[in-house]
Design a binder for this molecule. Structure first.
Ligand SMILES: [Zn+2]
Length: 531
């Protein structure tokens, strides 16, 4: 007797092979049979997939759900679009190791909802997450920022050899506990002040474990070539496998930046660097507002920054960042930047900064600094979004076989403690946008190939041999959807709308979405890398 049978669907097995009609049977959390006609009586539970596609559960190789999953683990925004595994700890930010010397409010995605931040080591954090009642499985990377801040807090002085050794020991501990890789956010504080030697030193630990080095590169606009060559040089010197996160260049990059970057990676691969990348399937990007400020303004953490914001001279100086995170800000393209999340000013969310400036009768840059100050010590969670990606760049990326697709967002829910939170515009509809917009409407890649980019490809990058494929013995993570109907219906004014076209989602043989409705099941677990 099978536990679950998915009948009559067009099976896309995750390898990129064309679909074939068949039934998929699951027992004890694993796929045990794939055949052309398995009778309904052979299973305790049957899901109808007639006229639909059946695919392995989708793997989001890059999210920032580290903290929010502890607030509310249901991950409805992801379950509603077929995601069964998220990879957290990206862009240098992870919730562990954590010494307690920093404010918990500085943790990535911090949400003031009574989460007791009582973990210290990476393993303790994973244990805590494992018990959070998860709607998706979670794999975790360890972030450079967390390793550095555990040793140096927010200090900006050069790292000593002793400090680097201490950071390496913490990285070893994270890998012992099951981390899948090491990440950097070299455009963000404190990655922005970390010299390459520090990053290579930590990358070497990652390389010894055969784990993945994922990097948010130092620059993706005017100095994009420095950003990408640094990533390649780091991976090459350390001997690490490289994953370039959300590779698409930003507004302000020269027109040839994307093509040049792909050539550079192609050449690196030919010379023996195991390099791949991923892309956000959206032309709007997002980040924390605070990361637009110059590094000196951040020294000492949020309390010191709030003091500086009260000092007129320092406040004025902050408006001029020689290394702007977004050229859209330094060029004052306020019509293309909108507020995405604010605890202190939820009524302004969805407005552009041009509109916010007009409403407050203030220069938009002053409005930005005011909003930061009004947010108080949790100012790190003030988020904005901008139309900063070029559609042609995204298409060019998607045409590359080694390009995975990811959300770069947080797993959220429209009810409960995270109801008012928005991670990014891609949050509720990134899979739908890939399969609806780029596959069906634009024909940039075929459906089987697009499925491969969010199943077996990310699984292979992570070294997960039993996920991302429909084959006997693989995890019983499956999604049933209608390729003709799948559609992202979210936008900047209404970013919290679930997509259309997803019928069933199954995690380890247990339905988490059934007939388009979220079930009460939260069978997700933390997956730990062995070795
Ligand atoms: Zn990033």
């Amino acid at each position: 007797m099978f536990d679950l049978l998915i009948r009559g669907g067009e099976i896309l097995d995750g390898t990129g092979a064309p679909a074939h009609r068949g039934d998929v049977a699951v027992r004890d959390g694993r796929i045990v049979a794939i055949a052309s006609d398995l009778p309904a009586e052979t299973a305790q539970d049957v899901l109808d997939a007639g006229g639909m596609a059946v695919a392995p559960g989708f793997i989001d190789i890059h999210t920032h759900s580290d903290f929010v999953l502890l607030v509310d683990g249901r991950a409805n925004s992801q379950v509603h679009q077929g995601v069964t595994l998220e990879v957290i700890g990206q862009c240098g930010f992870s919730c562990a190791p954590f010494t307690g010397a920093m404010s918990p409010r500085q943790l990535i995605g911090f949400h003031d909802a009574g989460v007791d931040v009582n973990w210290r080591s990476f393993g303790e954090y994973l244990d805590r997450l494992d018990g959070a009642g998860l709607g998706v499985n979670v794999a975790a990377m360890v972030g450079h920022g967390a390793l550095r801040q555990a040793i140096k807090c927010d200090a900006v002085d050069p790292t000593t050899p002793d400090e680097l050794r201490a950071m390496q020991r913490l990285a070893e501990e994270a890998f012992d506990a099951g981390a899948f890789g090491f990440t950097t956010g070299l455009e963000y504080f404190p990655g922005s002040i970390a010299p390459m030697e520090e990053v290579v030193g930590l990358c070497e630990v990652c390389a010894r474990r055969g784990a993945l080095y994922a990097t948010h590169v130092r620059n993706r606009d005017v100095h994009y070539d420095l950003g990408f060559t640094e990533a390649v040089a780091t991976a090459r010197s350390a001997g690490a496998r490289l994953q370039i996160s959300h590779i698409q260049p930003k507004y302000g990059a020269p027109p040839q930046a994307m093509a040049h970057t792909l050539e550079l990676l192609d050449r690196a691969r030919r010379e023996g660097v195991d390099a791949a990348f991923d892309v956000i399937p959206h032309d709007w990007n997002h980040t924390s507002v605070v990361s637009s400020l110059p590094a000196w303004a951040r020294e000492g953490g949020p309390a010191r920054l709030l003091e500086r914001l009260r000092d007129p001279a320092q406040r004025e100086a902050m408006k001029h960042n020689p290394r702007p995170m977004w050229r859209l800000v330094s060029e004052r393209r306020w019509d293309r930047i909108a507020l995405l999340r604010s605890n202190a000013n939820p009524g302004l969310v969805g407005m552009t900064f041009r509109e916010i400036g007009l409403r407050r009768n203030a220069d938009p840059m002053d409005a930005v600094l005011d909003l930061l100050a009004e947010e108080g010590e949790a100012l790190g969670s003030l988020m904005w979004t901008s139309s900063g990606f070029d559609e042609a760049d995204i298409r060019l990326c998607l045409e590359q076989a080694e390009c995975a697709v990811m959300s770069d967002t947080k797993a959220l829910n429209r009810d409960g403690p995270l109801a008012e939170t928005i991670g990014s515009l891609s949050g509720y509809g990134w899979v739908a946008r890939l399969l609806g917009h780029y596959v069906r409407d634009e024909g940039v890649l075929t459906l089987p190939e697009a499925i491969r980019r969010i199943t077996s490809l990310p699984a292979a990058r992570l070294g997960l041999s039993d996920r991302g494929r429909i084959r006997p013995g693989a995890a019983g993570d499956l999604v049933v959807f209608d390729p003709a109907a799948v559609r992202d219906v979210s936008d900047v004014r209404e970013p919290r709308r679930h997509p259309e076209g997803f019928r069933h989602v199954v995690l380890g043989g247990i339905p988490t979405l059934r007939d388009g409705r979220r079930t009460d099941a939260n069978p997700g677990r933390v997956i730990r890398r062995a070795g």
